[in-house]
Design a protein around this ligand. Structure first.
Ligand SMILES: [Ca+2]
Length: 213
């Protein structure tokens, strides 16, 4: 059978998808042998920790559960292309100073660590200098380890975009994903969704259907 390797790859991906989409409490009961079968496909070393998504409530399906923040509500935004997501909502008013963060421990021995999220902003009548949403990686005492992205008047507005960052230098550490937005005289709104950190090599988003929540 000429296409046998492709068939097994397809079956392996289906099995991986099934395990990923299964509710967490049931996934935890999956026999170790099945988990190892998937991991052996190259997602992580056999001896390493399980391959997981580490952020709690990454899609904001449960409001701001799991997050520390001074935001108002989650909100839905439909961009110029029709792509629509509901997520964390910053700004929307003058002179805001808002934050959202979550601490995550990246298990020692992980094969890799990758952060990804979706972002968009709507400057309304226009975003001014000094108005921005800045995402940093911090230590749990608040010290900044790295500035990951600054969404300001130089950024492309009104279009959901994905951002990806390699966090492998922080394997074995507890780090803080920290987003802060400030406005002055504008009512610029920023939105974040699907904030995920995987401690394994594959970017699962590539294989998962895009949910509109
Ligand atoms: Ca969402």
């Amino acid at each position: 059978m000429k296409n046998r390797p492709l068939f097994f790859l397809f079956v392996g991906m289906l099995l991986g998808l099934w395990i990923i989409l299964w509710p967490t409490d049931i996934q935890a009961q999956t026999p170790a042998t099945e988990t190892e079968l998937v991991i052996d496909e190259g997602m992580a070393s056999e001896a390493g920790p399980p391959c997981q998504q580490l952020i709690q409530n990454p899609d904001f399906d449960h409001g701001y559960d799991g997050w520390t923040q001074n935001l108002y509500l989650t909100a839905r935004y439909k961009d110029e292309t029709g792509q629509e997501h509901e997520g964390a909502w910053f700004g929307g008013a003058e002179y805001v100073d808002q934050y959202l963060y979550q601490d995550v421990t990246i298990p020692a021995g992980s094969s890799s660590a990758r952060l990804s999220f979706l972002w968009v902003f709507d400057p309304g009548e226009g975003i001014g200098p000094g108005e921005a949403l800045t995402i940093t990686l911090r230590r749990t005492d608040g010290a900044v380890l790295a500035t990951l992205i600054t969404l300001d008047q130089t950024s492309t507005p009104r279009r959901w975009q994905s951002a990806n960052f390699d966090l492998s230098p922080y394997i074995g550490q507890t780090v803080r994903f920290y987003a802060r937005a400030t406005t002055n005289a504008s009512v610029t709104s920023w939105y974040l969704d699907q904030i995920q950190i995987f401690n394994c090599g594959l970017d699962y988003q590539t294989y998962l259907p895009m949910f509109r929540k």
